[in-house]
Structures are given as structure tokens and as C-alpha cells.
Write a protein that binds this ligand. Structure first.
Ligand code: GCW
Length: 670
């Protein structure tokens, strides 16, 4: 039986699956072979498209003789064939003799094969194509929602959320809007995402109960996501046995605690048989963890892994552990070192179903960071790399900042130097993004931030894809039939937007300089004398953090030799990371030939000019973009330009006042 395609609530944007995107499929004849719920989903998709555009779909059983049951010719064959060795999610695609064929070893592969055809559009039905095999680079492609069940007094419904409320929760309760959740799952499946964690990693009281008495609400979400091949995960509180059942301890080696978790997990799987597992933030920013009992993070993770193992579940244990109560006077403590210091010595100690989830950089999702050295230091551990689609430090979805090029750089980075594995290859445990989605009608607040979500999914599936090709795919799907002027305009405003944002914010990798708390807008000294370990050390002579082994914190030595050498020396350190690794005088000459201070002035003027230019380009597309979307983006450009000017003026004035070095071009600095 075909499963009906979810109906979007009135006014909700179809994102990259507008009805038109399915026209090439919907005008044709399709034969589907296979059985089971996901094949029913595929059938529903094709039937819906055919209903709209006049094509026809026929369903046959897996393994039946070739040819349609009705003997007619068909344009597309979607079939599950267990004989193919394509893995659970892979599929083969080809075209021959007027028929396009997708063959998958299992129903998940068929679903991804269907969306491959959708993404190709008319091209899926043109000319012969020799058989291609498609498989995801990693088995886990996940979105973590930092959604709270109860509204947090400071963080709101969604922590670091810039797209309205949560899709899942509202005012302490599940929203119960299964249709919209299923539509969300559909969008995610169309870009290859297969896992979602439905609550914030900071797990407070109401959220702790999702594991036990509120499990039914999680099961409801899992039911809505399942038809699109998405497994549900839950963030759990390490101290849950104490908080929920009054156990005297949460010690991971205590038998009572272990039994408690085993029981909790058994009940979870009784309610959600395909449950993915847990996400855990422990001993981090005030969350409870194993340190309280003198146990290691491997002890903590392995205890949960043992509870999940009988059911095939996984624990995602986050490596974001650092001292958030640092004294700024203490120059010996370097937050960047923390994850490696804590976790690298534990390599080989984690259970097979424990994944260590590592933020892509050593600090916290800044616009520019080096790749975390942890990603190259734990070959005997299943690692996942975590990026942030929600734009906490990159403009909060008020600014256009397409992160495809940043993520691509991270995923392709070779942790051992030129010859070693890439981050994507090392991340055997998966590729994860903090979601940028909420209940906003455009899903992501800023309509152009949809490109980040789409790009994340596509890069998680194929990390070596060219992000610009992925962007073009997003443009083609989201704006079907876009005239060249629109496609060119979208490329112009998106492609370089990350570098533009970098130009007008914190320079040369030094990071932060944001307003404390909410992290929006400039605050050059916002975190300079705080407890969070985020400093730039600007004085009258220079700026930057000495993280060399010779004279600094030693962070540079956490890398494999090839990179440690590059970063150790001021001469070989790449310009864009110079102030992350070194404290240099304002007159220091970069590889670009400019002094640091002149670079700061120039990039800040340029960044604002580029934001103004993007605003102008967007304004010129008014006749080609649907009015609500155009207006929403135009309004956000006003804010982006205002804020970029504020950044420019505060950063430039700050460094002029500190250094006393005038701008070489004599521009106005206040
Ligand atoms: O980026 C920081 C955020 C916190 C977040 C934390 C984390 C969920 O400012 O809001 O907490 O990282 O990754 O755990």
C-alpha cells in the first residue's frame, strides 16, 4: 500500500521539495518492486507525483520476473534486489534502452535511490547512463536538535535556535504534529540524513523524563520519522538514576546504576524497536558526569553502551569537555587543549557501540578554527564529527552565511598531513550537525539558511562532493526552472558568504569577540576577562594566543607531526589561523604581504562592502522570487548590513585605539 505523502500545513515552505521538483518523475511510468514500509513510502511518493502530473505507477513484488506485471513499457524501475552487494543504504543507478533503473539491496537504499532520481530531475531520464553505485560515506548522518521540552528562562524553547520554536515540543509538551514531523523527515531523507536526536544535550528536568514516564512522546516522534528511514535518538542526563528514582549515586561502575540503565533501555526498545541510542553531554558546562565518581569518560560511555548493546543501540558521547570556570588570570589553562587532553589518552578504551562525538574545532563553532586534533588522535575509537548548522556564531540566521565551504574543508582535512586519512574517513561513527530548524514557516528562519541544512546532508553522504555543486543542486530544486539571472544571483550571495562573514567579524582565527550570553553582534572584549577560556590577549603591541609548544600553551603539539610543524611556526602557520596559534605584533607581515593591523582594517571594510553588495543583488531579484520569501530575506539583509557595520566599526576602532597605527588608506575609523 502506498503511504500518503505528508501534507504541509498552510503557509509552510516546501523547501527543496516543491511539487514541481517531482514533475519529471510524475509524468512518467514507474515500476516499483519490493515490499515493506519504506517501499510503501517510495510508492506513496511516486503515486503522489503521478497523481499530480499524469504518470502511472505499478507495484510488483521483489524478485518477480522483469517486465511490468501489465506488460507495458516503463520509464523508471525502482527495485529492491537482495542479490546486490550495495550495503543497507546504497543503490545502483543507470539508464539503458529508455529505462532508468534504481536497484538497491534494501528498502533504505531504494528510498535514497528515489530521491536521487528526484534530485536529478529531467536529467534522470535523458541519454544512456552506465551503472553507477552510490553509497553513503558513513552509516550515521545525524541532526542533533537542541530543543527543550519546557521553555528555558534564558535559552528559550530551542537553545541557540534561530528559527522560531521547536518542531517537536511546545511549552512543556509534545506538539503532537505528526504530519509536520513526517514532512521534516521527508526533507531530511531527500538529502540522505538518517538520524535525529530530538532534545537538547543540556538535559533538564522535563527532558530527563523523556527517558521514562514521557517515553510515549518520543515514540510518537519516532513513528512520524520512521517512514523516511530516520532513527530517533534521545539526549539523556547522566544523573537520571538519581533524579528520577532517587538512587544514591550515578557512578557508572555501581551495579545498581548499571541495572537501572539496563531497565530503562529495555523499556525504550519495547516502545521504539528501532531506537538509535543516546547522546550525552557529560561533565561539560555544568552537566553531570563520571568525574564526580572519579571515573573516566570511557567508564561513563561504556556503561551506557553496555545497556544499549543488546538492542543494537549506540551511545554518542560528546568530547566537548573543558573548564568553564577558568580564571582569566591563569595563562596556563588553554580551553583549546581540553578535548585532546581529556580524550586522547582514552583511545582504545571505548566500547564498539560508543561513538565519541567531537566538535570540528577545538573551541566552539567559531567562523574559523583549526580542525580539532582529537579527530586525528584516536584511531582505535569510533569518532563522529559535529558541526553546527544553527548559526550561533555565524550570524544567527539573520546573516547569510553558507557553511558548505567550511564543512567541506573540515571533512577533507587530512589529520596526518598530505597522505593520511581525511576527517570524513576517520569519522567512522558518523557526521552530525546541530540542527538549524524550528517551527518557522521557512523551517530555518532565514530562507537562505535552508541551503546549510541541504548542504550538510549532501556532504554527510558524500564528503568529497564539491560544495558549489551541492549549492547548485539546492538552487535547482528549491527554485525549479530558475532563470539564469536568479541562479546567478543566488550563487553570488551565497558562495562567498562565509568568507564575507569572517571578514567583518573576529580576525585571523582569533575567535569570539561576540556579545556574551546570546553571542550575537560584536563585543571585542566580551569574553576577555570571563571564565569561559576565550581570549585574544590584545594589547598595545599585538594580538593573538600563543599556542605554540616552544613558548605557548603547547596546543600546536597535539597535532600529528606534519601539522604540528606547520602550526608551530609563525612563518608556516596559514594566515587565516595565525592569531589562533600565535601572538604577533600588529606590524607582523602576513603571507598576503599585508601587516596584521592593515589586514584587520581592510577585511572589515571589505566585509561590509560585500554584505552591502549581496543586499543589492538580492534586491534586484525581486521580480523572480515569490514575494514572502523575497521580503523575508530583504528584511534580514537590512539587519545583516547594520550589524556588519557595527562589527567593522567596533573592531577597527578597538584596534586603532590599542595599536595607534593609522589605516594605510586613511579611511574613517572612529
Ligand atoms: O556552543 C555552545 C553553546 C551552548 C551549547 C554548547 C554545547 C548546548 O553556547 O549553548 O549547549 O556549546 O555544545 O554543548
Amino acid at each position: 500500500m502506498p503511504l500518503p505523502v505528508p501534507v504541509l500545513p498552510e503557509g509552510v515552505d516546501p523547501a527543496w521539495l516543491p511539487v514541481e521538483a517531482l514533475r519529471p518523475l510524475g509524468v512518467r511510468r514507474t515500476l516499483i518492486r519490493g515490499s515493506g514500509p519504506l517501499v510503501d513510502t517510495v510508492h506513496g511518493e511516486v503515486a503522489d507525483a503521478c497523481g499530480r502530473f499524469g504518470g502511472k505507477v505499478v507495484r510488483g513484488e521483489e524478485g518477480a520476473a522483469r517486465g511490468a506485471p501489465d506488460g507495458a513499457r516503463y520509464d523508471l524501475l525502482l527495485e529492491v534486489s537482495a542479490a546486490e552487494g550495495l550495503g543497507a543504504e546504497g543503490f545502483a543507478f543507470g539508464r539503458d534502452g529508455g529505462t532508468t533503473t534504481v536497484t538497491a539491496s534494501g528498502p533504505h537504499g531504494l528510498l535514497y535511490g528515489l530521491f536521487h532520481v528526484v534530485r536529478l530531475g529531467a536529467a534522470a531520464f535523458a541519454g544512456p547512463v552506465a551503472r553507477e553505485e552510490h553509497r553513503p560515506a558513513t552509516a550515521l548522518r545525524m541532526l542533533d536538535h537542541w530543543d527543550n521540552v519546557s521553555v528555558h528562562p534564558v535559552m528559550g524553547q530551542v537553545e541557540r535556535g534561530y528559527a522560531g520554536g521547536s518542531l517537536f515540543w511546545r511549552d512543556g509538551r509534545a506538539r503532537g504534529e505528526a504530519e509536520r514531523v513526517r514532512a521534516y523527515g521527508r526533507l531530511l531523507a531527500a538529502v540522505g540524513i538518517n538520524a535525529v536526536a530530538v532534545n537538547n544535550v543540556n538535559v533538564r528536568e522535563a527532558e530527563t523524563r523523556l527517558l521514562t514516564e514521557r517515553l510515549g512522546e518520543v515514540a510518537g516522534l519516532a513513528e512520524a520519522l520512521r517512514p523516511y528511514g530516520i532513527r530517533t535518538h534521545l539526549s539523556v542526563n547522566f544523573a537520571a538514576p538519581m533524579l528520577l528514582d532517587g538512587l544514591p549515586t550515578a557512578d557508572p561502575l555501581d551495579t545498581g546504576v548499571r541495572a537501572w540503565w539496563a531497565g530503562a533501555v529495555r523499556r525504550v526498545y519495547a516502545a521504539i524497536p528501532d531506537f538509535g541510542g543516546f547522546v550525552v553531554k557529560a561533565d561539560s558546562e555544568g552537566e553531570p558526569g563520571p568525574f564526580a565518581y572519579g571515573r573516566s569518560h570511557a567508564d561513563g560511555a561504556n556503561m551506557l553502551a553496555a545497556a544499549l548493546a543488546p538492542y543494537g543501540g549506540t551511545v554518542h558521547w560528546r568530547a566537548f569537555v573543558y573548564d568553564h570556570r577558568q580564571d582569566w588570570r591563569d595563562r596556563g589553562t588553554d580551553r583549546a587543549r581540553a578535548a585532546h587532553d581529556h580524550f586522547a589518552p582514552l583511545d582504545g578504551e571505548f566500547a564498539g557501540n560508543a561513538v565519541l562525538q567531537v566538535k570540528h574545532g577545538p573551541m566552539d563553532f567559531q567562523v574559523r578554527e583549526p580542525v580539532s586534533p582529537v579527530l586525528g588522535a584516536m584511531p582505535r575509537t569510533r569518532l563522529a564529527v559535529e558541526v553546527q548548522a544553527t548559526q550561533e556564531y555565524t550570524g544567527q540566521q539573520r546573516h547569510v552565511c553558507w557553511l558548505g565551504p567550511m564543512w567541506s574543508e573540515v571533512l577533507r582535512f587530512r589529520t596526518d598531513g598530505a597522505a593520511g586519512p581525511s576527517v570524513a574517513e576517520s569519522a567512522r561513527g558518523g557526521i552530525v550537525a546541530v540542527s538549524n530548524v524550528g517551527d518557522d514557516p521557512f523551517w530555518t528562519g532565514h530562507p537562505l539558511a535552508q541551503a546549510n541544512l541541504h548542504t550538510f546532508g549532501r556532504l554527510a553522504w558524500r564528503p568529497d562532493a564539491d560544495p558549489c555543486d551541492v549549492l547548485d543542486e539546492w538552487i535547482g530544486l528549491t527554485f525549479p526552472g530558475a532563470p539564469a539571472r536568479l541562479a546567478d544571483g543566488l550563487r553570488a550571495v551565497l558562495r562567498g558568504s562565509w568568507r564575507t562573514y569572517e571578514k567583518y567579524t573576529a580576525p585571523l582565527g582569533v575567535g569570539f569577540m561576540v556579545q556574551p550570553g546570546h553571542h550575537y553582534g560584536p563585543g571585542v572584549d566580551g569574553y576577555e576577562y570571563s571564565r569561559w577560556g576565550t581570549y585574544h590577549f590584545a594589547d598595545r603591541d599585538g594580538v593573538g594566543v600563543d599556542r605554540s609548544a616552544a613558548t605557548g600553551t603547547g596546543y600546536a603539539a597535539q597535532y600529528a607531526k606534519a601539522w604540528a610543524e606547520v602550526y608551530e611556526s609563525v612563518d608556516s602557520c596559514p594566515d587565516e589561523l595565525l592569531l589562533f596559534f600565535h601572538h604577533v605584533p600588529y606590524g607582523h607581515v602576513l603571507h598576503s604581504g599585508k601587516t596584521v593591523i592593515q589586514h584587520i582594517y581592510d577585511t572589515h571594510f571589505e566585509g561590509v562592502e560585500e554584505a552591502e553588495e549581496a543586499r543589492r543583488v538580492w534586491a534586484g531579484l525581486g521580480d523572480l522570487v515569490e514575494p514572502a520569501r523575497h521580503a523575508r530575506v530583504a528584511e534580514r539583509y537590512e539587519e545583516q548590513v547594520r550589524c556588519a557595520r557595527e562589527w567593522r566599526d567596533q573592531v577597527n576602532s578597538y584596534f586603532l585605539r590599542k595599536s595607534g597605527v593609522p589605516d594605510g588608506q586613511g579611511r574613517l575609523i572612529h
